[in-house]
Design a protein around this ligand. Structure first.
Ligand code: GLN
Length: 535
């Protein structure tokens, strides 16, 4: 039977609960245990797939095709394990599944109530994560802040879970804020004390408290939190602000968090293996110079909307000891009459057009892509960025002036990007995109093949529209290379251009498979070309 770590948060959001959960998982993996992770989100959407990036940041896609919270991206990057459908549970998912069972008659005449029906469903999702993953330790993060109305039933389920499993099988980590007051120049513990009290009112006594603070706490402050929180002082773990989130696991490691957890679980305490992570920190701290990549999107004021792309670029930079600096370019600005494209891209070493939905800012992205193609600046297109590259090429190289995507123009005469037949009858927006892993066969002798150095690859998708095969021959005649194809469905997955030092775009999202310790081949080669271009 697995052991369970629950990570809750108090005082305010944005304290780095996701990073805390990921760090704990990474450290326990470093002790040789098989770990698995889960995030509970208390909102009523079934998943974040239909939410605007302004509401939610990036939607992370798992290999098995679930649209999930961006924290799952942190989890995968930290623990380097593929997560699945049991990894992101929302109130919407829980309620809709309970109501579906009720309609089916599964409850045999009972009155359906929050306790026990909803709370049981939540507990079942925790057990399901343990059994399907076969993990030794499951780490579950609860979104929101303790005391929220939304998450109260989730907290109730955790209280019951502890009762069922006992203290030797469950452990509660509570992350809080210890603010520093300027003027009186001191750290304040009251918000943390109150947050622990709030948690206890829900029937949960934390075992470990992780304190986010701008400076070191010092013994007196730690002792105070320990006393008021009824927690051993060594179980107060400091999360001091850092420059790079990857430092956090090692900070926790120095405070023996793994040993505290393993002791409570009555599991063997082995020697830690954190070699890869230590090497990563060394690399990050010893970068030599930088390379600048323009990222052209419509939510650039909101970097979280492109979180995995940003992390994948940084990871590729680490391979070459370079800091990747991102120039965030709002595609709508490029569309303005007075926009000077040359000036806007002056000094960038590569251009990346990431995924996106809807028609706003599309023409600006096309201009960026045209600039990259004509000026021979390295280009990486992701999903929408591939569709943009196809439209741009069809318009400006093949002379199909009105080439577009059915997504932006329903009555378009030349939809070089179109809906597939099986998408045409779909009415529900949620969960109906082409999602998750699909296979892709690489053509020998292409840049794609050179990057991956293998024939069959599996990459994650999230889109509704596809390359329209009716235009394949024509585009090929003009110098577009179709280097990756889904063999059974004959779908274009990767395109490249002849006579360009580095122009490649994929219908899938490579960023989801990148790890800080293992750059993704497409990002790796893109950043490498950007470094060469810089020279
Ligand atoms: N909007 C495009 C589609 O649905 C691209 C999606 C994306 O970039 N993720 O096909």
């Amino acid at each position: 039977m697995a052991k369970f770590v629950f990570v809750t948060g108090g005082v305010c959001s944005g304290l780095g609960k996701g990073i805390t959960a990921s760090s704990i998982a990474l450290l326990l993996k470093g002790k040789g245990y098989k770990v698995f992770m889960q995030k509970f989100d208390p909102y009523m959407n079934v998943d974040p797939g239909t939410m605007s990036p302004i509401q939610h940041g990036e939607v992370f896609v798992t290999a098995d095709g679930c649209e999930t919270d961006l924290d799952l991206g942190h989890y995968e990057r930290f623990i380097d394990e593929e997560l699945n459908y049991t990894s992101n549970i929302t109130n919407g998912k829980i309620y809709s599944s309970v109501i579906e069972k009720e309609r089916r008659g599964d409850f045999l005449g009972a009155t359906i109530q929050i306790v026990p029906h909803i709370s049981n469903e939540i507990k079942n999702k925790i057990y399901e994560a343990a059994t399907t993953s076969n993990a030794d330790i499951v780490i579950t993060e609860i979104g929101g802040t303790v005391g929220d109305i939304e998450s109260s039933v989730m907290m109730e389920a955790l209280r019951q879970f502890r009762l069922e499993q006992g203290k030797e099988n469950t452990l509660f980590v509570h992350t809080t804020l210890v603010p520093y007051l300027f003027g009186s120049n001191e750290l304040k513990t009251k918000p943390t004390q109150n947050s622990i009290i709030e948690l206890r009112r829900l029937g949960i006594q934390p075992d470990i408290v992780v304190t986010r603070a701008p400076v070191e706490l010092g013994d007196a402050v730690k002792k105070k939190i320990a006393l008021f929180g009824s927690i051993p002082v060594e179980n107060i773990i400091e999360a001091k602000d850092v420059n790079n989130i990857y430092e956090i696991p090692l900070n926790f490691h120095r405070q023996n968090i793994e040993e505290i957890i393993l002791k409570q679980f009555e599991l063997k305490i082995t020697k830690s293996n954190l070699k890869d992570w230590e090497e990563l920190i060394y690399t990050v701290e010893n970068l030599q110079g930088e390379v600048e990549i323009a990222l052209v999107g419509k939510y650039v004021e909101l970097e979280d909307a492109y979180l995995s792309v940003k992390e994948a670029l940084k990871a590729a930079g680490y391979r070459y000891q370079k800091n990747v600096k991102i120039r965030w370019i709002d595609s709508e600005l490029l569309e303005r009459k007075e926009a000077n494209i040359k000036e806007i891209f002056k000094g960038v070493n590569g251009i990346l057009v990431p995924g996106g939905f809807g028609s706003r800012g599309i023409e600006g992205k096309i201009l960026a892509c045209q600039y990259a193609r004509e000026q021979k600046v390295p280009y990486l297109g992701i999903c929408l960025g591939m569709q943009i590259a196809v439209i741009e090429f069809a318009r400006h190289v093949c002379g199909i002036e009105d080439a577009s995507s059915r997504e932006f123009n329903e009555v378009c005469k030349n939809p070089v990007i179109d809906l597939m037949v099986d998408q045409k009858s779909i009415v529900n927006k949620g969960g109906t995109l082409r999602l998750g892993n699909y296979e892709c066969l690489l053509q020998k002798g292409t840049l794609a093949y050179k990057n991956y150095n293998q024939e069959m690859i599996y990459e994650r998708h999230r889109h509704r529209y596809e390359f329209n095969n009716q235009y394949r021959e024509l585009l090929e005649q003009h110098g577009m290379i179709f280097s990756g194809i889904h063999p059974a469905l004959n779908l274009v997955e990767i395109i490249e251009l002849e006579n360009h030092p580095h122009f490649i775009a994929s219908q899938f999202h490579p960023e989801f498979k990148s790890r800080p310790t293992k750059a993704h081949p497409l990002f790796d080669s893109f950043v490498k070309s950007a470094i060469e271009y810089q020279k």
